[in-house]
Design a binder for this molecule. Structure first.
Ligand SMILES: *Cc1c(COP(=O)(O)O)cnc(C)c1O
Length: 225
């Protein structure tokens, strides 16, 4: 993809966000997995500063080139990856086990600000998908909130695909309700973030309260799988 096409895609995604009615602040996370650093740098020139990556080695090589961007880890996390994630990222969206959260807290370097984390929720209850089930979320939030070097900021989900706008909104509304419950359970904490909505469903997510939408293919083009 050339930079002109990239700029056009980017402006279109920003316009979709802007024209979806919302009162909350919504930020765009550009999901740059499998895409080259040059495309990230082209977006930075257009004002984008937050990028989401799923694959650790690929992400580390990009972070080495552009260390001052806002890097979000959004992919599955194995235990042997937590140290590098704790050392190199600003945010982690995909906390799906207490053990992973504990390791990230222990391994976060003391000279860096606390690592911002989100709990991943398996909101559609899919057997094959990672994430906490809705019933576990409050208890987990209370435990993870006690870890000293990470800062629990909210929740993330990837619902199953639905083929109508109304059907898409149902799991996003459940996520919003869960976020409100977390805020009630942890009133002193700054739980303010709902990461949900991707290329295909960002409007439904924003209507239901998303504060971060994670968009890859509608900015960078389709990924080869
Ligand atoms: C790849 C990915 C995205 C972006 O998906 P698109 O459909 O390309 O916008 C968002 N969130 C997560 C967790 C992803 O893995």
């Amino acid at each position: 993809m050339n930079n002109q096409q990239l700029a056009q895609n980017y402006q279109q995604v920003l316009a979709r966000i802007a024209k979806t009615n919302h009162s909350q602040k919504v930020s765009l996370l550009a999901v740059s997995k499998t895409k080259p650093i040059e495309q990230i740098q082209a977006l930075v020139k257009l004002g984008q500063s937050s990028f989401g990556e799923n694959y650790l080695q690929e992400a580390l090589s990009k972070i080495a080139v552009e260390p001052n961007l806002n890097w979000h880890f959004i992919g599955p996390i194995q235990s042997n990856k937590t140290k590098a994630i704790a050392e190199n990222f600003n945010w982690v969206h995909s906390i799906d086990r207490l053990k992973i959260a504990t390791r990230l807290s222990n391994q976060r370097p003391k000279n860096l600000p606390k690592l911002n984390v989100l709990l991943e929720v398996n909101i559609s209850g899919e057997k094959t998908k990672s994430g906490f089930i809705a019933n576990e979320v409050i208890e987990m939030a209370q435990q993870i909130n006690q870890l000293p070097n990470i800062k629990l900021r909210g929740l993330m989900a990837i619902p199953i695909k639905a083929n109508s706008e109304l059907a898409r909104r149902i799991p996003f509304k459940k996520m919003h309700d869960l976020l409100l419950q977390c805020q009630i359970a942890l009133p002193d904490n700054k739980i303010d973030t709902l990461s949900m909505g991707m290329s295909a469903d960002l409007e439904a997510a924003i209507i239901e309260g998303a504060t971060i939408v994670r968009v890859g293919s509608d900015i960078f083009g389709a990924r080869k799988s």
